[in-house]
Design a protein around this ligand. Sequence first.
Ligand SMILES: [Zn+2]
Length: 306
Amino acid sequence: MRLTQKNMAMKRIIIWILLLLPLALIAQETESTGNNLPVKWEELTAPDFIRAVEKSAGTCVIPLGILEKHGPHLPLGTDLISVRETALRAAEKEFTLIFPPFYFGQIYEAKQQPGTVAYSPQTVLTVLQETCDELHRNGIEKIILVNGHGGNSSLLPYFCQIQLEKQKEYAVYLFRPQDSEEFQDQLNSMRQTDWDGHAGETETSLMLAASPDLVHIDRAKEQSGKNQERLNSLAYAYTAIWWYAQYPNHYAGDGSYGSLEMGKLILENEVDQLAEMIKSVKADQRTIELQNQFYKDSKHPIKTEQ
Ligand SMILES: [Zn+2]
């Protein structure tokens, strides 16, 4: 009797092993075909990197932040932190590679504030271009720039424009989200301030969703984020000192009104749009085709049909 029970127990174990073996093999297969690959460039091993480039269809996102004051209550790396969170969440929906923290950009207007790191324009352009070149040398054909810093809003379209100066074997795409009316209405219905800007209600909300432990909302009223209106006599003119004239504290708005609910709405909206963009960039063949045609045509403009 005891022997029979032992035999039956053994049989059950063998049956279970036979049943579980295919599952274990599938799990191993998943691992080796790279379905669980990290999206962060710096976290991949070299062999996994090859699989990740393949899986990303040759795409990589560079989330661009900066090091600058964000009012009295948000960290210096706010833009870097929030833009990376957006990119990482989008990559979970639509696989792509995410480049390590990148904090080279345009930030001269905050040089009077502690913690700002402002490289020369030449360095900024050189580092960004060489980063793109290095990405391409590693098999990336399509580079997606995702901007988290307001001060970069002229620099990055300009960087895209100068890609046509010399022939490139890769394409650079800049993420340009467009909020739906529905989203805007929803956001506006939540707003408590009507003078919102740098480190104000929306940006503080975004940080509450992206990295709440770094937000010191109780300090948000320690400095003024009000427009100082020190250049109001100028008409139809743009001048570099405009921001300092209006917001010398490098703070625009009142971050004390930030809310997690608003932050989640903003973050999810950005993530959805970015995931959709990554998908469309992966499928896009036309940009590189047209670039190649353009470079060819621009070598001999005299032959361009008139
Ligand atoms: Zn910011």
